[in-house]
Write a protein that binds this ligand. Structure first.
Ligand SMILES: O=P(O)(O)OC[C@H]1O[C@](O)(CO)[C@@H](O)[C@@H]1O
Length: 504
């Protein structure tokens, strides 16, 4: 665990560099653009516009050493219990390759391979039948990853199935989606690790009634008994395991809907891209390790420079859902204030993760990025080769991406304070050679590992989410009051229920 002295030294570097214009750092280090860049497979990452110098970077590296980062990464990949509050490993890397050396990792990889064979078999059977539309029902980690990837990889859909997602317990979602579908040509996949999630069970029930039974319902779950009790035959229940966290589960049968959209080979390429990143993160020393860099800069911005939020701006419409996906990955994983041993974390942890696709976002919240009082660090993501032939549009997109990164970092002087751009806004720029299953797999795996790196520095558990339980429990207790005439005990809730009843 890192000591108070470690953090104190980091803050001293932060104070020193907060007073140093980024332009001065650029001037002092002319080769900065090359020095602070890394390439891993199809991803080029430039950290040159982070407010960092060699001395501060050395301190960050010594934090990583002090926190035992190399050992912690090996523990993750090898299947040690990195989620002690639930007594589990977090073996998402075993779903896509065999980077793990321990017996638990090998066993998990074998289970994952068997699971993929079952996905392939159900895929082949479905492809021979009359079904044209798939409704994937799930929420959180059982929705955001597949939804993002199905949307991002639209250029790779093989056209056999149209894939839809049903998530919100708000009945409008089911009503609007099902209005456009034919129950005779639709199959449903209920994706729920626990098979106890209220939203998924309610929407699954609506879907089952609409389909006229559960014959064309499939499940992805770690709880086969519950899926069976719901009416889904065990041979149509695809496996999930305790050793995969929901928000890290795209790579498992949770991605069944994605495989139905992009086909077996496309899904395999996604796994290969992620496995390539796993290999890199396991083997590259911290000084050349992309996930370590990204995670260390996140800690730097949060703890040395005091930034309370982190924006992600993909300059590619196909990645518009990425900020939403990362919101769960980052905020559910790192939204903790106690360390593994239960003691308070001595520094701030999770930043608010937010963002939106460029160029649209330029016309909504960028004003705040450029001239707001808070410094808001950002990731920009661009794609070099587009999948369309509209060259003028793509040139404009890339020019805007580069311009925003530059403007935020460099700013511009003016005698008129209203027209002055202070600059000094740190940002990282990722360039993907192109957006395809392989590069998407690599990018998402990089973010997963960056989150883990941050958790190791803070000494927190990235793989549990106890914070979401209380609200679920209270919602369960309030159902009889909302649906019937029970009286809740909390006086404010009681008054609000009275208001609802008076307006029904
Ligand atoms: O897959 P399940 O068990 O339905 O859970 C869905 C989501 O609910 C959560 O537990 C949070 O409520 C997430 O961690 C998870 O991704």
């Amino acid at each position: 665990m890192l000591s108070a002295a470690h953090w104190q030294q980091l803050r001293q570097h932060g104070d020193r560099l907060a007073a140093t214009p980024l332009s001065a750092l650029m001037a002092a280090e002319p080769a900065r653009a090359g020095t602070w860049a890394l390439r891993v497979g199809p991803i080029h990452a430039s950290f040159a516009r982070q407010r960092i110098d060699d001395a501060a970077w050395g301190q960050l590296q010594s934090l990583a050493t002090g926190a035992g980062l190399a050992k912690a990464l090996a523990a993750l990949f090898d299947g040690e219990i990195v989620n002690p509050t639930e007594g589990r490993p977090a073996l998402h890397s075993a779903l896509r390759g065999d980077v793990g050396r321990g017996e638990p990792a090998r066993a998990a990889a074998a289970e994952a391979r068997a699971g993929r064979e079952r996905v392939d078999a159900l895929h082949a059977a479905l492809a021979q039948g009359p079904v044209t539309d798939i409704v994937s029902v799930g929420i959180g980690g059982s929705d955001l990853g597949p939804r993002l990837a199905v949307d991002a990889l639209r250029d790779f859909h093989d056209g056999r199935f149209r894939v839809h997602f049903l998530t919100n317990v708000d009945g409008s979602a089911a009503r609007h989606l099902l209005a456009d579908l034919d129950p005779g040509r639709t199959a449903g996949i209920l994706v729920s690790k626990s098979f106890g999630t209220q939203e998924t069970l309610l929407n699954g029930g609506i879907l089952r009634d609409w389909l006229g039974g559960s014959e064309r319902l499939y499940a992805v779950s770690a709880n086969v008994a519950r899926a069976e009790a719901f009416g889904i035959a065990p041979d149509r229940v695809l496996p999930m395991w305790d050793w995969v966290g929901g928000r890290y589960s795209l790579w498992s049968a949770v991605g069944f809907a994605l495989q139905l959209a992009i086909g077996h080979d496309g899904f395999a390429r996604l796994l290969e891209g992620a496995a390539m990143m796993d290999q890199h993160v396991r083997e590259a020393p911290p000084a050349r390790n992309l996930a370590a860099w990204h995670g260390l800069f996140a800690v730097w911005n949060r703890n040395a420079l005091g930034a309370a939020s982190h924006a992600v701006m993909p300059y590619d419409q196909r990645l518009a859902l990425l900020p939403g996906f990362l919101q769960q990955l980052v905020m559910e994983s790192l939204g903790k204030s106690v360390r593994l041993d239960g003691s308070p974390v001595p520094v701030h942890t999770v930043p608010v993760l937010w963002g939106g696709a460029g160029t649209n976002a330029q016309h909504s919240f960028f004003q705040a990025l450029h001239q707001g009082t808070d410094i808001l660090p950002a990731d920009f993501i661009g794609v070099v080769r587009p999948a369309h032939g509209f060259d003028d549009n793509h040139h404009a997109l890339l020019a805007n991406l580069l311009a925003q990164s530059e403007a935020l970092a460099n700013g511009a002087p003016s005698d008129d304070p209203h027209k002055r751009y202070p600059g000094g806004r740190p940002n990282t720029l990722f360039l993907l050679d192109e957006l395809n299953p392989y590069s998407l797999g690599a990018l998402l795996a990089m973010y997963e590992h960056s989150v883990y790196v941050q958790s190791v520095l803070w000494g927190i558990n990235a793989f549990d989410q106890w914070g979401v339980e209380l609200g679920k429990k209270i919602a369960g207790e309030l159902l009889p009051a909302v649906a019937g005439d029970a009286e809740p005990s909390d006086p404010v809730t009681r008054a609000l229920i009275a208001e609802i009843r008076s307006r029904r």
